[in-house]
Every structure is written in C-alpha cells, then in structure tokens.
Design a protein around this ligand. Structure first.
Ligand code: HEM
Length: 346
C-alpha cells in the first residue's frame, strides 16, 4: 500500500514536471508582435530585402539557409549572427558546417535602420525570421507565403563546436539526418519538406566531394561529369544547387536533355528539388540519401507530384522552425548590433 502511494506520488510529480517543462517551441511569440511596439517594422524589413535582392539575387538563398542555421542551434536567437570577440574567439560562424553563410551585412543594415526608428525594441532574431520569410516569398513568386510570429530575444552564447554538433552534415546517412531532425522535434516528412530548400542557392565543391566519384545508381553520370568540370576549374568554387540555374553552355555540353529547363532567372523557389532528386541530379549526399529511406522516398514522390502542397507545407515547416526556442534558462535581450552582444540581461 505504502509503495503504491509512493508510486502514485512519483507519477503525479513526473506528469507535473512534464507539463511544466519548457517545450522546444518558444512561448510568448505573437503574430504582429511589433504592431504597437514598433509600428511598420515588417514593412521596413521587406523594403530592405526587396532592394537587397534586386542588387544581389544571391541574398535570398543565403537568408533562407541562415534562418535554418540560426534556429537549429540554440533556437532562433540570432546566435549565428555574432562575430568573434576577445570574450568569444570561436562563435558559430567559425563552424565548418557554416561554410558559405552570407547576408550578415544586410541584416546589420536593417537592424541599424530599425534602431533609429525604435531603439532597443526589435531583436536581430526576429529581423532574420522576417527577412527569410520575405526572401522565400520573393523567390517563390508569392507561392510560399506564410505569417510568422515574433517576440524572440537575442541570445548571449554562440559556439562553433555547438553549431557543428547540432547542424546536419551533407555526408550524413538518411538515419543520421532523421535523428538530427528528430532532436528538434521534426519528423521524416518535415526533413523532406525542408530539404526542398535546395532547389535554390549554391554550394562549395567541398560540400559534395563524395558525389564527384559516386556510382551511377546514386548520381546521374552526366550530372557527375558536369559537377567535376565545374569543380575542376578553380580551387573549391561554388556550384549552383539546381542544374536548371547552371549556365546554358555547360548544360548543353553535359546534359543536352536539360537545355530547355535552364532558366534566365536563378533561384526560383519551387518543388523542382524533388524532380531533381528522382532524376539523381542533386548535389549533396544528404539529398540523395532521402531516396534510400522508404518513408522519405514516398514524400519525395508526393512533393514532386504536388507543387502546391509543397508550397503550403514548406511555409508551415518554416513557421515551426522559427518557433524553436533558446535552451531553458538562457539569457536573452535586444542587441544594438546583430554581430555583438551588447544588451542588458532581460
Ligand atoms: C537536411 C539537412 C541539410 C544539410 C545536410 C544541408 C547542407 C547544406 C550545404 C552543405 C550547403 C552548401 C554550403 C556551401 O558549401 O556553401 C547548403 C546550402 C543551402 N542550404 Fe542546406 N542543408 C540541409 C538542410 C537545409 C534546410 C532545412 C534549409 C532551409 C530550410 C537549407 C537551405 C539551404 C540553402 C538555401 C542553401 C544555399 C545557400 C546559398 O546559396 O547561400 N538547407 N546546405
């Protein structure tokens, strides 16, 4: 009897603890969070992003990747934006997994503008989430159009080794990717949905080294030859993720059947990643391995067949990504500049 009472109490305590435990999702986030605190902030971000992408279209893809790399490490807290300092010589930016990250200067410019308007109010992490949302909408020609909540605080911690441990690697197996995403509460379908972001942007050849010699059942030999040509031209150059963004002459030479798919405008954000994956013309091992897993493969087919479904599901998954919160007990605040910890503790 005594034992059963103890057991019952323990059960109640565990249940209470589970209820009280902070979820992986940030609490207190709200759509329109700045409506009263800093009116028009979303319009300011959008204006900057439109101008920046007109000047340099590469900015869009960079922002989409940046928000993923921010949110997967310590939640969406702007930790990836911090520069190295005397106090922190190895921030996230230094992690090999963060090779090629860009668009930091744009975010800093937006932040400076917003600071003039509403000093100490808008976090860098919120600016990044808004900016990635706007870039996604522009690159998808309005087809991926989601509403994100805000109210995040900027973190104080940024560690290269933590980023390296948390971010997925392009050499991962399907199971390693699934486990990596499961740690953030993302399932196999969401892994497949978010991987669709590789329909845009570029990658260093070092990020897909293994693919240059992979067998024909893993990569279409004509595409492998194209990548080898591109990668042999300089030391570790960058190559477009989507063959239809490649230059016409190279595609004509290696993949004449794809000539009609080459586009004048790069980085159209759509479900072409899934068609490419089915045709074995994706750059990363981590893309191809999705085809080796039954459930993941099913979703690749599903999203290849239904562009609208992918647009909607991608938006949903980006909202979920943007809600990943800082580890429980972390300190946060509003930085003055996105690259430096300057804020008082909240
Ligand atoms: C599933 C695991 C993933 C792996 C292993 C992975 C890996 C990579 C790698 C290695 C690069 C190229 C970096 C370089 O060499 O410069 C890259 C580029 C990119 N990734 Fe991923 N990624 C993953 C998921 C995602 C997700 C979830 C998103 C966004 C939702 C994303 C968006 C992008 C974009 C847009 C680029 C191009 C960036 C640019 O052009 O600047 N990736 N990814």
């Amino acid at each position: 009897m005594k034992l059963s009472v103890v057991l019952l109490c323990a059960l109640v305590a565990v249940q209470a603890a589970l209820l009280a435990a902070p979820s992986a999702e940030a609490s207190g986030l709200k759509v329109g969070y700045y409506n009263k605190k800093c009116k028009g902030v979303e319009a300011v971000v959008k204006g900057h992003i439109i101008r920046a992408m007109k000047k340099n279209p590469r900015v869009g893809a960079a922002l989409v990747r940046l928000v993923f790399h921010d949110c997967f490490v310590r939640g969406c807290d702007g930790s990836v934006l911090l520069d190295k300092s005397a106090q922190n010589p190895h921030p996230e930016k230094e992690a090999p997994a963060n090779i090629g990250l860009a668009a930091f200067d744009i975010l800093e410019m937006i932040k400076a503008d917003i600071e003039k308007k509403c000093p100490g109010v808008v976090s860098c992490s919120d600016i990044l989430v808004y900016a990635a949302r706007d870039a996604t909408k522009i690159l998808s020609k309005g087809h991926i159009n989601y509403v994100v909540p805000a109210g995040r605080l900027d973190g104080m911690v940024s560690s290269a080794s933590e980023a390296q441990a948390e971010l997925p690697d392009s050499t991962f197996t399907a199971q390693q990717l699934i486990d990596n995403f499961a740690r953030k509460n993302f399932d196999v379908e969401e892994l497949v949905i978010l991987s669709g972001a590789h329909s845009i942007g570029m990658a260093h050849c070092s990020s897909f080294k293994g693919r240059l010699t992979a067998p024909a059942d893993q990569i279409t030999p004509a595409y492998r030859n194209l990548l080898n040509d591109k990668c042999g031209q300089r030391s570790n150059p960058r190559v477009v993720n989507n063959v239809r963004d490649e230059d016409y002459n190279t595609v004509s030479k290696y993949m004449p059947g794809f000539k009609s798919r080459v586009r004048k405008i790069r980085d159209l954000f759509d479900n072409s990643y899934y068609h490419n994956n089915l045709a074995r013309i994706v750059s990363f091992n981590s893309d191809w391995v999705l085809m080796t897993h039954k459930e993941a493969r099913g979703h690749v087919h599903e999203y290849a067949d239904n562009a609208t479904l992918w647009n909607d599901d991608f938006g949903e998954s980006m909202i979920k990504l943007s809600k990943l919160s800082m580890p429980a007990g972390s300190k946060g605040g509003i930085r003055k500049k996105c690259s430096i910890v300057s804020h008082p503790l909240h």
